[in-house]
Design a protein around this ligand. Structure first.
Ligand SMILES: [Zn+2]
Ligand SMILES: [Zn+2]
Length: 256
């Protein structure tokens, strides 16, 4: 992102510039509607407007002089954008809580079996590969277990935030593509945490999002690896033991 898109905020420091309607900044519970720009489909902070603006937009059928005058779009820093989003977003909270609860139940059920069957706690080393979508557990430099994975997202313990994999441009499409399904559900049900790319979060939030994706994708397990400033959360869709090469030492041959 170029420096032109940065804004200096008294509270949040230098952050990205974002745009919201005039009503949202001091409002509460006004609704939070996010635009979609095909040129920036994975935008962390899409332009946003309140429900009243959305009604006008609907009536006008497009952004024109009338709807733009009503919205009177303002520039705010991305930190303020997130605070304003939290204050104004209206959703079915009970529906979301139920989703989290049932997802945790699902994850708990599959996770014990996954950990025990594949002895996940016993491996010496893990490596994941974005290009192939694989998580490999190895011992003494020999791969032992190969897992097919999808990234869910990352928790930064530096900024105490969650970022969905789909919004992370450091990741390959292969490893993040399936996280877009969760975003679609978030858009459809209008759940803030599923529809928004980036929000204030801790490690438990990371597991909640992982559980939701695990349940929706019907994965067989989940895993988390540490990173420089937090954790990467992933779900496991398939796991298989790597066939070890047969010993071809002469002693092995002679002992037959
Ligand atoms: Zn508005
Ligand atoms: Zn700010």
């Amino acid at each position: 992102m170029s420096d032109d898109n940065k804004v200096e905020c008294g509270v949040h420091g230098k952050t990205s510039a974002t745009f919201i309607c005039q009503h949202l900044s001091n409002g509460e519970g006004l609704g939070f509607n996010m635009g979609f720009d095909p040129k920036k489909p994975d935008d962390l902070y899409p332009d946003a407007w309140c429900d009243k603006c959305d009604e006008v937009l609907e009536k006008e059928g497009e952004w024109n002089d009338a709807s733009e005058a009503f919205a009177d779009i303002r520039l705010v820093c991305s930190g303020c954008y997130c605070d304003i989003r939290d204050k104004n977003w209206v959703q079915d909270d009970e529906g979301f809580t139920n989703l989290v609860t049932s997802s945790f139940e699902y994850l708990q059920e599959i996770q014990d079996a996954f950990m025990n069957t594949y002895k996940i706690g016993d491996h010496e080393r893990w490596d994941w590969y974005q290009e192939t979508g694989k998580l490999i557990f190895s011992h003494d430099g020999e791969p032992m277990l190969e897992c097919e994975i999808d990234f869910v997202g990352t928790v930064s313990t530096a900024s105490d935030t969650w970022m969905w994999a789909w919004a992370n441009n450091a990741l390959t499409e292969k490893i993040k593509a399936n996280s877009r399904l969760i975003r679609e559900i978030g858009d459809e049900k209008h759940f803030l945490k599923l529809a928004s790319a980036h929000w204030a979060a801790d490690e438990v939030d990371g597991w909640e999002m992982t559980a939701i994706m695990a349940k929706i994708i019907r994965s067989i397990g989940a895993y988390r690896t540490p990173s420089d400033n937090g954790f990467v959360y992933m779900i496991v869709n398939k796991a298989s033991w790597v066939k070890q090469k047969k010993s071809n030492s002469i002693l092995g041959f002679l002992s037959k």
